[in-house]
Write a protein that binds this ligand. Structure first.
Ligand SMILES: [Zn+2]
Length: 458
């Protein structure tokens, strides 16, 4: 029995049509976690879809509930020998809303449809297709080898698209149940459609809300201009004090200050790839002196998300009484998030903008995470994927977006190895979500090879 046989067994699920049938059945379950009428579907996904597979593969199963999570959590464990390394895996079975009216003619979010080598359907990319690849690869290795040769715990969440409520508490309260040597999971995109990728963390996200409130009511600009301060002008200067005219964040404390050498070296191999339908890039925008990959993955961006002053649809020719803006900072590890708002305050005060208030942000902040590029399990996974692919995968120190990854890196102290089976143009969270069959093919081979190698370490 060989590594090649395990990979062949995983790929056979694709050629036989079994993988597609399994995924079609999963996509047909409308597990929309933000719509209460679908909460019974969340439980059905665990009980009817996943539990039988894990039972067949010899996993012990435990379900957890945590308020206010809309669905349960399933932890399936196959402990072959406590002396062997333990892998924790993660996936989510819930999806965002279908919005069928936005999909192309002939496509339905909850009907898997194949066109031009891709499978359309809600969840094909995020995340049903991705965890289906991993489950099929586990099953293939067990079928060929009889055992994994390592311990495996698979956590399946049904509320990720609801903001993962309860997940952090669940893991913190059950550290022993989730204890492992590494996380291997699949979610989010590769860096490009034909670029197999490992990413090791995520940037953090933090919102900064600014407000200038001068007085009640609007006042005639001719009679009062020059006599009354204008909150719109003050807010514009506040934004200009924080962000330069070509998008550079002007508050040093909001950036990592420097990009570590190993992160820089990894990013030197990353090229930003756009897909048809993506906007054209603006290479003149962003932090100066950095590559585009460094700007998205290695540095911070401070963006204006919304500005509100007066009512442009109903002009009053008056000085507005207030103005407000919502800014968002995306940052890699290396930014002290407790120091962010005080630094913004100092910058505004230094510009004389004492009247611009920083009001508490009502939206959630996400911490940044990044596993060590030199971690032995990261190298192990990289070597394994390279052997399967015949090429070294792209190693991304972290995603540009955010993930609840600190639950694994900080709470459980695990190196986190994300092997995404999707790509940036997949349409997740929008219309025409899809998964290229070529990525499924590569994913099945990579994961079967990786699981085989984990069980056959020298
Ligand atoms: Zn999602």
């Amino acid at each position: 029995m060989t590594r090649d046989a395990a990979i062949a067994a995983a790929l056979e699920t694709l050629t036989s049509g079994r993988f597609k049938a399994d995924l079609a059945r999963r996509v047909a379950m409308p597990t929309v976690s933000r719509e209460a009428e679908h909460w019974p579907d969340l439980q059905r996904y665990l009980d009817d879809e996943l539990a039988p597979i894990f039972a067949r593969l010899g996993f012990e199963q435990r379900q957890f509930r945590r308020d206010p999570a809309p669905g349960g959590f399933l932890l399936a464990s196959r402990i072959e020998d406590p002396a062997l390394p333990t892998v924790l895996m993660y996936g989510h079975g819930d999806v965002v809303t279908g919005v069928p009216e936005m999909w192309s003619p002939g496509l339905d979010p909850f009907v898997l449809t194949e066109r031009d080598g891709v499978w359309y359907g809600r969840g094909t990319a995020d995340n049903k297709g991705q965890h289906s690849v991993n489950l099929a690869a586990i099953e293939a290795v067990l079928a060929v080898n009889g055992r994994l040769g390592f311990n495996l715990k698979f956590l399946m969440e049904m509320g990720e698209e609801y903001g993962s409520p309860g997940l952090a508490d669940l893991v913190a309260e059950n550290r022993d149940a989730f204890a492992a040597d590494m996380l291997i999971a699949s979610d989010g995109p590769r860096i490009g459609r034909a670029q197999p990728t490992i990413f090791l963390g995520a940037r953090g996200g933090l919102n900064i809300h600014l407000e200038v409130v001068a007085r009640e009511g609007y006042h005639h600009s001719g009679n009062w201009g020059g006599l009354l301060a204008n909150p719109g002008v003050e807010l514009a200067h506040a934004i200009a004090a924080l962000i330069g005219p070509t998008g550079e964040c002007l508050v040093p404390e909001l950036t990592p200050g420097t990009i570590p050498d190993d992160v820089k070296a990894a990013l030197a191999r990353c090229t930003i790839e756009t897909s048809p339908g993506d906007p054209a890039l603006d290479p003149w925008w962003g932090a100066p002196g950095l590559t585009q990959a460094e700007r998205v993955y290695g540095w911070s961006t401070l963006e204006v998300m919304e500005i509100e002053v007066g009512n442009i649809a109903k002009p009053l020719y008056a000085i507005p009484p207030w103005a407000r803006a919502r800014l968002q900072l995306r940052h890699p590890v290396g930014v002290d998030t407790d120091a962010v708002l005080p630094a913004v305050r100092r910058k505004l005060d230094a510009a004389g903008l004492h009247r611009v208030k920083i009001v508490p942000a009502t939206d959630a902040a996400f911490p940044a995470s990044r596993s060590d590029l030199q971690d032995e399990w990261v190298r192990f996974a990289t070597d394994s994927l390279a052997q399967t692919l015949g090429q070294v995968p792209v190693i991304l120190p972290n995603l540009g977006g955010s993930l609840p990854n600190t639950i694994f890196t900080d709470t459980l102290r695990l190196p986190t190895i994300w092997v995404p089976h999707s790509y940036p143009g997949c349409g997740q969270h929008g219309a025409d979500e899809h998964l290229p069959v070529s990525i499924v093919h590569q994913g099945l081979a990579m994961m079967a090879g990786l699981f085989w190698d984990l069980g056959h370490r020298a």
